[in-house]
Design a protein around this ligand. Structure first.
Ligand code: SF4
Length: 120
């Protein structure tokens, strides 16, 4: 059976106005309880040094990580080097989702679409 995707929510320190509409814990609990994911976790700020350390420690080959956060191009720019150090190609294993300026419901629906079709 194929591995289920992991959902990682980057919440931009909790202070970003782009996530004002989003209820983080409602989203995380709905994703982990209602969607076909291995599990769902939250990171406060993946684009700084401890985010790099997190990726190097956490990311494994052959898993898919759906990452809720900011613009996918920003995510690629900020995560790709740390991921490459542990043999992970951003384009193949990361599904970046921009969940800024969305309601909890809209963000959930976007994650659900990615879980149903993680490669698209
Ligand atoms: S990766 Fe994006 S969503 Fe995460 S903390 Fe940095 S700017 Fe914010």
């Amino acid at each position: 059976m194929a591995e289920k995707p992991r959902f990682v929510m980057c919440f931009c320190t909790g202070e970003c106005p782009g996530f004002e509409e989003l209820n983080l814990w409602q989203l995380i609990n709905r994703v982990r309880n209602e969607l076909d994911v291995e599990y769902a976790i939250v990171h406060p700020q993946l684009c700084v040094d401890d985010g790099d350390r997190f990726w190097r420690d956490y990311a494994k080959p052959n898993h898919t990580y759906i990452v809720g956060g900011c613009d996918p191009r920003m995510q690629r720019k900020m995560f790709k080097d740390a991921l490459a150090e542990v043999g992970i190609e951003f384009e193949k294993q990361i599904v970046p989702l921009d969940l800024r300026n969305m309601s909890t419901e809209d963000a959930y629906n976007k994650v659900a679409e990615a879980v149903a079709s993680p490669a698209s």
